[in-house]
Design a protein around this ligand. Structure first.
Ligand SMILES: *Cc1c(COP(=O)(O)O)cnc(C)c1O
Length: 379
């Protein structure tokens, strides 16, 4: 059903991508079944080598999810109770949750109003005697301005753990996201740019000793069978997910190019609608558009209007983390982070996936242009 006009435009379409690789997927899953390498094993190890190379890192450690990746990377780097870890409040909840799972306290800094990533200039004021690490999040697929983050971290002796869960293949000054900090963390949740057919994640690192610690942490702290050298967890990657990810990694570059083409097309077509703010791409960056988020005041009304036209959109994320009920204990109040809070009110994510076709983008744009009167220009 090219164009999909009869059914509107879905926000995400995993079905059409699966159809394009279904033979390869079936045969690789069949191989895993025949070998019974279900938890860890050769298919995970092959994917680890391929993904480390893809990221420009020495090692990748396959784990159960992006949340596991963040939690275990911080644990391996010594984040623990009494520590503070600085991140942004507009990210997915798991970024802060992983900090809390280490027993540490999340501390937030506001985001840049153009790139929606961490404002490095705000870090110095947030750093205190207990600060242990910084977690920049490459939001929506756009890398954080890493040079100043790394410089400040080095000056204060802090670890840097990149949350690259939305940024597979994104680049900053020609280097891949995930290759800058002490560790880079990825999610392969099915809807991510590189998605498994189930839950999976990975940590990428260069340091051999750190890689070794991570391998033990994901497997009950075992250095070898029955030799538990630390308290870990069961966070192994499934063999089937490793095999699926190896197939999909071969296509990630062309899928990313398609996302970037769709983003350019949206931005070109939406430039006339001055009520809307389209994404800004920083110079020296390859944005991989996990999410194509526009900003609009009266966002909720606009979203309803689009839905009534069959255009499925989403909101990433309607409540910033410092205002979530689970983090009331941190004591943040409204207006703590003005940019993050106004973005949370205005962000609207448009349909974005590699298999989008031109007529679908046209349908989204024409729906937005019909309903533009629902919004006033953002302040
Ligand atoms: C998806 C995501 C995570 C969590 O990954 P899971 O695989 O769902 O555990 C963490 N941080 C960000 C920014 C994400 O988008």
């Amino acid at each position: 059903m090219p164009g999909g006009s009869a059914v509107g435009v879905p926000f995400l379409d995993l079905q059409s991508q699966y159809q394009s690789i279904r033979e390869e997927i079936a045969s690789t899953i069949h191989e895993v079944l025949e070998s019974c390498a279900f938890a860890g094993g050769p298919y995970v190890e092959r994917f680890e080598r391929e993904f480390a190379t893809y990221c420009g890192r020495q090692f990748a450690i396959g784990v159960g999810s992006g949340t596991d990746a963040l939690w275990l990377a911080m644990t391996a780097l010594g984040v623990g109770p009494e520590d503070e870890v600085i991140t942004i409040p507009t990210t997915f909840f798991a970024t802060a949750e992983a900090i809390s799972l280490c027993g540490a306290k999340p501390v937030f800094v506001d985001i840049d109003p153009y790139t929606y990533t961490m404002q490095p200039e705000l870090l110095e004021d947030a750093i205190g005697p207990r600060t242990k690490a910084i977690v920049p999040v490459h939001m929506f697929g756009q890398p954080t301005d890493m040079d100043p983050v790394l410089e400040i971290a080095a000056r204060h002796g802090l670890k840097v753990i990149e949350d690259a869960c939305q940024a597979h293949g994104a680049e900053y000054k020609g280097r891949r996201a995930g290759s800058f900090g002490d560790a880079g963390c990825f999610s392969f949740y099915p809807g991510k740019n590189l998605g498994a057919y189930g839950e999976a994640g990975a940590v990428v690192v260069d340091d051999d000793a750190l890689a070794q610690i991570l391998r033990t942490l994901r497997d009950h702290g075992q250095s070898r069978k029955h030799d538990h050298v630390r308290i870990g967890w069961n966070a192994r990657m499934d063999g089937i997910q490793g095999a699926v990810l190896s197939v999909k990694l071969k296509y990630i570059e062309s899928w990313t190019d398609a996302r970037r083409r769709h983003a350019r097309e949206y931005s070109r077509a939406l430039a006339e609608l001055e009520e809307l703010v389209t994404p800004f791409e920083a110079p020296n960056v390859r944005h991989v558009y996990h999410i194509y988020a526009i900003r609009a005041s009266n966002r909720d009304r606009l979203a309803d209007s689009l839905r009534s036209d069959g255009v499925q959109c989403a909101i990433h994320y309607p409540t910033p983390i410092h205002l979530q009920p689970a983090y009331r204990c941190l004591g943040y109040v409204e207006n703590s982070f003005p940019v993050a809070e106004s973005c949370a009110d205005e962000f609207l994510s448009l349909p974005m996936y590699p298999e989008l076709v031109e007529s679908q983008i046209e349908e989204v744009v024409s729906s937005l242009s019909r309903h533009r009167s629902a919004v006033a220009p953002p302040a």
